[in-house]
Design a protein. Structure first.
Length: 507
């Protein structure tokens, strides 16, 4: 459904608290930014950017450290109808060169220390490079100060692109997912209702804001609820324990939760004002779910989504939250699980997860063919995740399709083996990968993090234990112990790195 008089910022604005002196952001040092400040600051930045001669739909690439002003810059881009393009601060020059060449932004906003690097990269569209550092008294923020503190939000079609987010993509070049104003609104409203965001809620924000999790899921819920955020520069378990008593909601990747459990001071008193802990972006181990429940008295709510789709499913706010599942499809999202012939599979059978709804992105930037490949004829998006439904309609994610191991012609879903390994005494966590093998094509291989690296479990006993519970083709041919699994900033295990590292194991 298309609406030409639309801009997601106007939706946020309509939900701001009536009293705009209410606080939107409080930082760790106690600096407060009200909703009124948000309005004025985003107006100033929107004016400043517009004056640089940009047209609606032009791209603004942003690679800076997390601060409230980055968020104001993001909201200003929405207001002015520009496309916001956040870049992970860890990206190197080679990666950035690709993004600039592909997205052709008109403006780059970066840290002072990297402005030289950006100026060396060729990009025929680029008009200006502005800096934005943690010190707001310089660069873009200072330059915007002289402009007016009111700005008429630009009307957008629901189908207009609001943000381009490059997906991490373990194979091939990263793809720019085009996310529209309509996508953000549909998903934002669904989540705000599902998780009961309201005025009086205080989110403890410790996620990065160059990814959907920290930017959309976290910040949009706060804006749509007219709520407040305690805004931390990064996740640090001690700081989180210190600030949790002032919060009502926390969002994290599973690693945040395991780190919190490592903190001695984390207990029921820390969580006395909390109403909700949410986890996503990577699978939450059942062990973490249980340990967290015991220690804090809170049941983590796990949800599932991806850059291209926003959030698709969630465990319920009221009702049973089931460990190892990502809950039920959100209102407005159709989720089906199919076999290779696109036929719906039975409950408890694994298949390919496909989703449809107003939350699904518009396509990959300048890649129409790649976009077409990822949609079915009846317009479902093929997520690339393998999943199954249970009888109650809850979905479990079994792993990425491309992580599935095919050994001697049989399919092995890594999760099934990982779950068994993770339950075993002496095993902290594990990752199952397929490695090239001349007889089997791929050999099931377990990479295991033991509780104690100096005293890992006995390999033969471990294999025997697995063999008792699994078909023999699913049992790992080899088990390798390592100190920790490689993860990206969002806590996802980077199986591609493991596959590269151990590529020659059976050669
Ligand atoms: P990204 O686009 O970086 O957000 O990554 C999306 C991918 O993360 C999904 O396709 C899933 O493979 C994975 N993912 C996200 N949330 C979960 C979850 N709760 N459980 C398991 N995998 C998840």
């Amino acid at each position: 459904m298309s609406d030409k008089q639309y801009n997601i910022y106007s939706l946020f604005q309509a939900r701001f608290p009536e009293n705009t002196s209410a606080i939107f952001i409080e930082t760790a040092d106690g600096t407060e930014y009200s909703y009124a400040y948000l309005e004025q600051e985003t107006a100033r930045i929107a004016h400043f950017l517009t004056r640089q001669g940009l047209q609606k739909g032009d791209r603004i690439a942003v690679q800076v450290e997390k601060s409230p002003h980055v968020l104001f810059l993001y909201l200003a881009c929405l207001r002015a109808g520009f496309i916001y393009l956040p870049l992970n601060t860890a990206y190197t020059k080679t990666e950035i060169s690709y993004f600039l060449e592909n997205a052709e932004p008109s403006i780059v906003v970066c840290r002072t220390e990297s402005s030289q690097l950006f100026s060396e990269i060729k990009n025929k569209n680029l008009k200006h490079i502005f800096t934005l550092d943690l010190n707001e008294q310089s660069g873009l923020i200072k330059q915007s100060r002289s402009t007016a503190a009111e700005f008429e939000t630009v009307a957008c079609d629901t189908d207009d692109i609001a943000v381009i987010l490059y997906t991490s993509g373990t194979t091939g070049r990263p793809k720019g997912a085009m996310i529209t104003h309509g996508n953000l609104a549909a998903n934002g409203i669904a989540l705000q209702k599902a998780w009961g965001w309201q005025q009086g809620d205080v989110l403890l924000h410790a996620l990065p804001i160059f990814h959907i999790h920290g930017l959309f899921v976290a910040c949009h819920n706060v804006l749509l609820g007219g709520s407040k955020m305690l805004f931390l520069e990064k996740f640090d378990s001690k700081t989180v324990v210190q600030f949790l008593p002032k919060a009502t909601v926390f969002m994290g990747v599973p690693t945040f939760y395991t780190r919190l459990l490592d903190e001695e001071n984390f207990n029921r008193t820390t969580c006395q004002n909390m109403r909700l802990f949410i986890s996503g972006s990577a699978p939450l181990l059942e062990q973490t779910f249980d340990d967290f429940q015991q220690r804090s008295g809170h049941t983590i709510l796990e949800r599932y989504g991806m850059t291209e789709t926003g959030m698709n499913t969630s465990n319920p706010l009221q009702g049973k939250r089931i460990a190892g599942t990502v809950g039920l499809p959100l209102p407005g999202v159709e989720a089906r699980i199919v076999d290779e012939n696109n036929q719906i599979v039975k409950n408890n059978s694994v298949g390919i997860l496909q989703v449809k709804g107003d939350n699904i992105f518009k396509g990959y930037w300048r890649m129409p063919e790649k976009t077409a490949e990822e949609f079915t004829e009846d317009h479902f998006f093929i997520t690339g995740d393998m999943a199954q439904y249970n009888e109650q309609g809850y979905i479990s994610i079994v792993g990425r399709n491309k992580d599935m191991v095919i050994t001697g012609g049989y399919n092995v879903y890594p999760k099934e083996v990982e779950l068994l390994l993770d339950e075993t005494k002496g095993v902290k966590e594990s990752a199952i990968i397929g490695l090239p093998h001349k007889d089997f094509g791929e050999a099931v291989t377990a990479i295991v993090v033991p509780d104690d690296m100096n005293n890992p479990p006995n390999v033969d006993k471990l294999k025997k234990l697995l063999k008792e519970q699994l078909a023999s083709y699913k049992t790992p041919k080899k088990i390798i112990f390592i100190e920790k699994l490689p993860r990206n900033t969002m806590g996802k295990v980077q199986k591609n790195i493991l596959r590269e590292t151990y590529n020659a194991l059976y050669k």
